[in-house]
Design a binder for this molecule. Structure first.
Ligand code: CA
Length: 228
């Protein structure tokens, strides 16, 4: 069964999520504190998706997210945010989360997001063994790695999927909707803004000058273009 970590200190919300995860066919792994979550991840390296609350009694959810990402690039991470925490969403994504769900959320909404992450994590496993070479970049679809001038750039699953889409479509303007559909899946119901947040993070990793991006350029009012 696919394991999903749920980190939430409020027992009522956690139980609610656990019941719904089980109903959706997942195996929930529970944690009530940040430290407990990290411990559970150590004991269950096969956890595919982690759902992280932000406000916790010990270390906050962002810290947990950073901690997980430092050693695990492939796990899917969803942040739970309160409605008023608009900025937190962005910060959460900048620290390496793949998605966020705003409280209060419906069980269907949460499981749809988890399903989407699992699909993406699994989607590239049976990939062809190939390398895409463009300028200083080499994308290896077997190892799911990106190199720039021979140096490895560490990417999250989402960033990798975006890079792959770009490098398969050099010089083509891709709409934000195209990117969202390809990377997050057709039935993903999140906001387009998540595309921009991930692009911004990707630029920090791959551009020579983040303030003047030359590889990923903005097509105003439309989307983005990959070019060299
Ligand atoms: Ca909380």
């Amino acid at each position: 069964m696919k394991k999903v970590l749920i980190l939430e200190d409020e027992v009522s919300i956690r139980s609610f999520v656990v019941i719904n995860l089980k109903r959706a066919g997942y195996e929930p792994i529970e944690a009530g504190t940040g430290m407990e979550a990290l411990e559970q991840l150590k004991n269950n390296p096969d956890i595919g998706v982690a759902i992280l609350d932000i406000m916790l009694p010990d270390i906050d959810g962002f810290e947990v997210c950073r901690n997980i990402r430092a050693s695990n690039k492939t796990i899917g991470i969803i942040m739970l945010t309160a409605r008023a925490q608009e900025m937190d969403k962005v910060t959460g994504l900048m620290t390496g989360a793949d998605d966020y769900v705003t409280k209060p959320f419906s069980p269907a909404e949460l499981t749809a997001r988890i399903d989407a992450l699992f699909r993406r994590v699994g989607a590239d496993v049976q990939q062809d063994d190939s390398e895409l070479h463009q300028g200083p970049f080499v994308l290896n679809t077997r190892n799911r790695t990106l190199e720039k001038n021979g140096n490895r750039i560490k990417l999250t699953q989402v960033e990798y999927a975006i890079m792959k889409l770009f490098m398969q479509n050099p010089g083509r303007a891709l709409s934000r909707e195209d990117i969202l559909t390809t990377v997050w899946g057709r039935d993903y119901d999140g906001e387009l803004k998540i595309v921009d947040v991930n692009i911004r993070r990707l630029r920090i990793k791959i551009e020579d000058d983040t303030a003047n991006p030359t590889y990923i350029t903005t097509v105003w009012g439309f989307g983005y273009k990959w070019g060299l």
